[in-house]
Design a protein around this ligand. Structure first.
Ligand SMILES: [Zn+2]
Length: 216
């Protein structure tokens, strides 16, 4: 993959990864390449996920595209669910709400019509892949992320985990109840997963994939 600028990266993602709305402008190119590697790696493991993500990029574009979809859809009652924020203030002095968020847009029947990953802090001009990775190494050492999930690209895997959970309604499955009743979430999954039930499946998903990639 030879990607020299944001335009080429966007074209690649649209053409090869099947995500129609992409905006990587203003994001460090090394980070963009890592995002693409993360998306590709997840899609290789779960090809069915390949056409299930509608957007990745800047929040303003995600919201714009969602507004368009909202107005063009024939929904009776709409709901907008937002999940997956990660505290960002630890990295830089200026407060940015979060790094990345998974977004989903559904109707009253529970049908999902739109999914996306919003990239926030990734666009900070001072950010480098090294800085991002150092931050995640530290968080991993503290037990906040699952074993060996010490690279910033694991954030993308985590966000896809949120989307997958919603698409497949994984929390309604009996296995999920078994998991939360029988597993020491903090020890077996991560500190992040122990903070909120919302974070259990995304963290378990990141843990599973990173383990698979390491043992291949
Ligand atoms: Zn999350």
């Amino acid at each position: 993959m030879k990607i020299q600028n944001a335009n080429e990266a966007e074209e690649y993602v649209v053409k090869h990864l099947g995500i129609p709305f992409v905006n990587f402008k203003g994001i460090n190119l090394d980070i963009v390449r890592e995002i693409i590697v993360a998306l590709e790696s997840v899609f290789n493991e779960f090809p069915a996920l390949k056409n299930s993500i509608c957007a990745i990029g800047k929040p303003i574009d995600i919201e714009y595209q969602m507004t368009l979809l909202y107005h063009s859809s024939k929904m009776h009652q709409e709901q907008f669910i937002e999940h997956g924020s990660i505290p960002f203030e630890d990295i830089f002095d200026e407060r940015v709400e979060n790094i990345a968020k998974a977004y989903i847009y559904g109707d009253s029947t529970g049908a999902i019509i739109y999914t996306g990953i919003q990239l926030n802090g990734w666009q900070d001009k001072n950010i480098t892949l090294e800085k991002f990775d150092n931050y995640y190494r530290r968080r991993n050492a503290e037990g906040y992320t699952p074993t060996n999930c010490n690279r910033s690209k694991n954030i993308i895997v985590h966000e896809i985990g949120h989307l997958m959970e919603w698409i497949l309604k994984l929390r309604a499955k009996p296995k999920f109840k078994l998991l939360i009743e029988n597993v020491d979430i903090e020890r077996e999954i991560s500190g992040c997963a122990a903070v909120s039930e919302d974070e259990i499946i995304p963290e378990a998903f990141a843990r599973l994939l990173v383990h698979r990639w390491r043992t291949k």
